[in-house]
Design a protein around this ligand. Sequence first.
Ligand SMILES: C[S@@+](CC[C@H](N)C(=O)[O-])C[C@H]1O[C@@H](n2cnc3c(N)ncnc32)[C@H](O)[C@@H]1O
Length: 556
Amino acid sequence: MEDVELHSSRDTLENGNECSLVLELNEDDPLFGEKKKLLSDKGFGVKEKIHFQSSSCPDSISNTLGTMLQIGRIIHLDEVEFYFGESETPLGYYSHRNELEAINLILMLANTSLSRQMHNQMNVGKELRDAIIHKIQEFGNRIKEDAKINKSYTCEKEKCLVQWGVNNGVKTKLEIAYVDGAGRGAIATEDLKVGDVALEIPVSIIISEDLVYKSDMRDVLGKIDGMSSETMLLLWSMKEKHNCDLKFKNYFDSLPKEFNTGLSFGVDAIMALEGTLLLEEIMQAKEHLRVQYDELFPGLCNDYPDIFPPEFYTWEQFLWACELWYSNSMKVKFADGKLRTCLIPIAGFLNHSLYPHIVHYGKVDPATNSLKFPLSRPCSAGEQCCLSYGNFSTSHLITFYGFLPQGDNPYDVIPIDIDVGQVDGEENCPMSNWTTHMVRGTWLSKNHNIFYYGLPSPLLDYLRRVRNPMWQEKTLLQANLESELEVLEDLQITFGDMMENLGDADFVDGENTSWDVKLAVEFKNLQRRIISSILTSCSAGRKLVENELSRFTSEG
Ligand SMILES: C[S@@+](CC[C@H](N)C(=O)[O-])C[C@H]1O[C@@H](n2cnc3c(N)ncnc32)[C@H](O)[C@@H]1O
C-alpha cells in the first residue's frame, strides 16, 4: 500500500477583500519537464497564483475552481495517466484517483489559507471552501459503490480485535462486517465528512521491525548477509502467530487461514492463464519466493531449532506469511522520518477500491504519535469505507492480493515490446522521452478521431516515426495518411496475434469452478476485452483514414 505525501504546492493570501492560492509544480516531480510543457500548452506556468473574490455570482467561484482543478490535475498526474492523458477520458477528467487528489489539494490549500486569514477575508475563503466541499460531494455521489453486506457473519473475532484496539487507544468510526466478494470490510458507523478521521491507530500497536529487534531472532538474522527487515518480520510473524500469550494474539487470531492470492494458484488456474503476462508474473514471483525459502531453510531450523522450530517453518507456512505481508502490509513513515513496512491491526480490514474514500494515509502524526486515516470524500453511515492500496494493475492485484477490482482500472495496461530508440528525428518528437510503450482499453479514451483512434499518442507518434522518419504533424497530407494506414495495420497484426494467443473465450460454471480458476478466467476475459477494443479502434481508424485518402484519388 502507498505512502502519499502532498508537497507539490504552496498557498498564500493577499490583503484586502480578495484571496489568492498558489498552485506550484514541485521541481522534484519525476515528470517535471513533461508537466511543465503540458501546463504551458494549457496557458499555465509551473507556479500559478489564482485570485478569487467574494462574489454574489456563484459562476465566478466555480470558474476559478475549474481553473485550479485543471492545474491540480496536471500536478497530480502519474506516469500512466500522463502517457494516456493527452486526450483525457470520457469522464471529463484523467481518473478518479487523479480527480480526488486534485480536489483535495485545493481543499488543503484553501484550509491552510483560511487558517491564516484576516477576519475580513474569512468570507471569501469560506465561500471557496464550501464550493470545494460541494464539488467533492458531487464527485462522490457520481462514483458511489454499492457493497452488499452479509449479515449472517457475526464477526466475533473481529469485534474482539476492535475492542482490544480501543482498549489500547484506537479511535474508530468503522465497524467490521462481511462484504460480498471481498471478505471482511470496514463500514462507516456514522456519516463521515471530508477530513473526518475514520480510524486512528496508536503507534504502540503497529507491527514493525522494532519487534524483531526485541526478539531472540535478532542476533541470528542480523548475521545473515542481505537479510532485509521485511524478511526478518516475515520470519518473526511465522513464529509469533503460534504465541498464545502475547500482545498480538487477537490480531493473529483474526487473520484468514488461507489468503487465496495468485501465489496460491493451482495448476488448473495457471493453465487457464496461458497467453497472458499474468502467468509469467505469478511464476516469477513464486520462483523468487521458493529460492528465498531454500536459501534460509532447513538451514536455520537445523542450526537454531529453539529459535526456528521446524514445524513452524514449512514452505506452506512461509507462503502463507508472504501472502499475509503482500496483501496486508502498509508502508508507514514514522516520526523519525524512516519508512517501514508494517502490519496494522484493524486498518488491515480496509478493502481497496478504484473509487477510494481514503487516499492519504501512511504518515505518523508526531503530535499524537498515531496513524490517521482521513477521508478524501464523504462516506455515509452503513457504506463500506475503502482505501486505495496504490495505483496497481489488475494483474498485480491478483498476484499479491487475490482479487479483481470492480470498475474500469486505468492501470490495466498491456506493455508493448518494441525496440525504442532507433527513430530518426526524435528530437522533434514531443513525446520522445517515453522509453516503454503501452495500450489500454480504448473505451477509456475520449478522442477517437482521425490521428487519435482512442490509442495513446506517444505510441502512435513513435510508430509513425518508425514508418516515416519525416513525419511531422497531424495534417491530412497523402503521405501522412498512407503511413497512418500502415501504423494501424501494424497494430492490428500485433494485437490480432495477441488475441489468437489467448485462445477461445472461457466460460466458468459458477458452482463447480474453484476460486483460482474463476479469477484466472475473469482476468483472461478482461485481457480479451482490452485487446478487442484496440482491434475495433484500429479498424474504425482505418476506415477514417481510407475515407480521407479516397478524396485524393477522386480529386486526382
Ligand atoms: C488488507 S486486506 C482487507 C481485509 C480483507 N477483506 C479480510 O477479510 O481480511 C486485503 C485483502 O482483502 C481483499 N480485498 C481487498 N479489496 C478488495 C476488493 N475490492 N474486492 C475483493 N477483495 C478485496 C483481498 O483478499 C485482499 O488480499
